[in-house]
Write a protein that binds this ligand. Structure first.
Ligand code: MG
Length: 290
């Protein structure tokens, strides 16, 4: 299923794409948000299936798609998790993280606050960055389905509810200047996500998905999820060896090569730029820069 949050007629509701993908079937009578649906487990998914098959859909033209998941706490993010991106970042002069090595020995984990979240079509306020070094990062995001701790790699996919696209928008100068990445990753509006959350059963083998980004029609990023340095089971094992993950938690798994600082000179985002991020099977996430 492809699950969304949407606004129609002044009301915000969760929904599911209709079988013909021509519109949205509202789930507003059974839940207030997609996090409610994730929390509800198999019983809730049975209700979603019943509504999905019986209710009529709202045409896309009558609805506004919002960010699928408003996280209850920070989004967990992974840095330098594709080989070619780790090398381009290391040689860009903006990498304060790594000492002398481009490729990390262990996953680099940081977070983005929920106040960074915006939806498909929303404007990314790059002008809020006083250093004018804003960059894009297309990423596969994993949405956790169950409360879990100390998960072994072999059980990791059992904890996954679904997947979506995240754009880990970053101020490179703030990321570098403050050593820890937190400030550079946490400007308001610097985490577009969506357009929908696709359940894990529909995605199948996630390692086959292709992750791409175009800026103003120019292809910049293009990789396969199988190219991750630390794969999804390793990430879940590593994170849950330390902390409990909760239903609705989001893990952004890292970005491939081709970000703005991979070019010489860097190609930073400026107002008017159009970002088109796509992951096969997960839709297209478009945002304009202001
Ligand atoms: Mg990132």
């Amino acid at each position: 299923m492809r699950l969304v949050m949407f606004e129609a007629g002044g009301k915000t509701s969760p929904g599911v794409l209709s079988a013909d993908e021509a519109g949205i079937v509202s789930l507003g009578d059974i839940a207030n948000s997609l996090v409610d649906i994730i929390d509800g487990g198999p019983d809730m998914l049975a209700k979603v299936n019943a509504v999905h098959s019986l209710a009529t859909s709202i045409p896309f033209a009558h609805a506004r798609i919002l960010a699928p998941v408003m996280p209850r706490r920070n989004i967990i993010c992974v840095g330098k998790n594709y080989y070619e991106h780790a090398k381009e970042f290391h040689s860009s002069g903006f990498d304060s993280s790594a000492g002398k090595d481009a490729i990390p020995d262990c996953p680099i984990i940081f977070s983005k606050a929920s106040t960074t979240v915006i939806g498909p079509g929303d404007a990314v306020p790059a002008s809020a960055d006083p250093t004018r070094t804003v960059d894009y990062e297309v990423e596969l995001a994993v949405i956790i389905g169950k409360r879990c701790k100390n998960v072994a790699k072999a059980q990791a996919y059992d904890q996954v509810f679904g997947y979506m696209i995240v754009n880990d928008v970053t101020s490179r100068h703030l990321q570098s200047r403050h050593k820890q990445w937190f400030l550079g990753k946490n400007l308001d509006g610097f985490c577009p996500m969506g357009p929908w959350l696709v359940t894990a059963d529909e995605v199948g083998d996630v390692t086959k998905l292709r992750v791409t980004a175009e800026i103003n029609g120019e292809k910049r990023q293009d990789a396969l999820v199988k190219d991750l340095i630390f794969d999804i089971p390793k990430l879940i094992e590593t994170i849950t060896s330390v902390m409990t993950l909760l239903p609705g938690d989001i893990i952004a798994t890292g970005t491939p090569a081709g970000v703005g600082i991979g070019f010489n000179p860097p190609k930073f985002l400026v107002p008017g730029d159009r970002m088109r991020l796509e992951i096969s099977g997960l839709g297209v996430l478009e945002n304009v820069v202001v």
